[in-house]
Ligand binder design. Structure first.
Ligand code: SAH
Length: 270
């Protein structure tokens, strides 16, 4: 019996799959990919004779059934998922029937669209003394939000918010941020098809105008909405630099070269 590998395909650019994911594709007997979201270019590494199927018209029962059937025939079976499999995918729903059938399975992480969106716009989700926290969330659509996770509640932290699956619900994003006290001129960023060669689009705006700017740009799908007090920091003149690179800060890889100022932060390593 073969192993089913849930592989994160990355955000769109086929080069953003991991080396491990690509190596698995080169020896896969069967691959099931999410056609509407995963670039078909990833299939170029598949060996001749590999069975390749698109899951876009399949139900969850079809998907697990297909993977189980292929695992009986092939040593390596791949379920290719967009971004990272741990975020807003169907990992657990598909894993459960595989577990019930006794099929061995593994997960290979991928580059999430949240990270690709930050990269596209040259933004950092964390910035010293601005925000040290990032929340991955969405607004309520057909999937209800659990108690305590409304955007208004989460946004009260005034940290970075990466809002998935919400580009058609920007009115809810706006009302959540307003309810949490975000200013009308709070910077916002929308990245459409982050990392997709030739298709990526970046829209910058504020809480007051981001919806109109996205409407003008006709962005209605596959977009990451980011609200963060750290947005646009590349252009700031006054930046509180990370202590790690501060000349007065000693850590286990480098001795201070300037007199020590105040810091109790000894744990950071990168
Ligand atoms: N597991 C995926 C998320 C799947 S949910 C990941 O880790 O990225 C689908 C949502 O992800 C979309 O509604 C959109 O908000 C976001 N998304 C996926 N690909 C994207 C891309 N290339 N650019 C911007 N957002 C993207």
């Amino acid at each position: 019996m073969g192993t089913v590998w849930f592989v994160g395909a990355g955000p769109g650019d086929p080069d953003l799959i991991t080396v491990k994911g690509r190596d698995l594709i080169t020896r896969a007997g069967a691959i099931l990919f999410a056609g509407s979201l995963v670039s078909k270019a990833a299939m170029r590494w598949a060996p001749v004779g590999c069975e390749i199927a698109d899951s876009k018209d399949m139900t969850l029962v079809d998907i697990s059934g297909w993977l189980i059937a292929q695992a009986a025939k092939h040593e390596t079976v791949i379920r290719l998922q967009t971004g990272d499999p741990a975020l807003y995918g169907t990992l657990i729903e598909v894993v459960q029937p595989l577990d019930a059938a006794g099929i061995p399975l593994r997960v290979v992480p991928g580059v999430s669209s949240a990270m690709a969106s930050a990269a596209a716009a040259v933004e950092s989700f964390t910035l010293p003394e601005v925000t040290q926290t990032t929340i991955f969330t969405r607004v309520e659509g057909r999937t209800p939000m659990p108690e305590g996770e409304s955007l208004a509640e989460l946004a009260r932290h005034h940290c970075t918010l990466c809002i998935f699956l919400s580009i058609t619900l920007l009115h809810k994003v706006e009302s959540g941020l307003r309810e949490a006290g975000w200013a009308e001129d709070a910077p916002m960023l929308v990245v459409h098809k982050a990392s997709w060669p030739g298709e990526e689009r970046i829209v910058r705006g504020t809480l007051a105008d981001i919806k109109q700017r996205c409407r003008d740009a006709k962005i209605v799908s596959q977009a990451m909405v980011i609200a963060s007090p750290a947005l646009g920091a590349r252009g700031w003149s006054e930046l509180s630099k990370s202590k790690l690179y501060d000349a007065s800060f000693t850590h286990r890889f480098r001795r201070a070269t300037a007199p020590v100022t105040t810091s109790t932060d000894h744990e950071e390593t990168t």
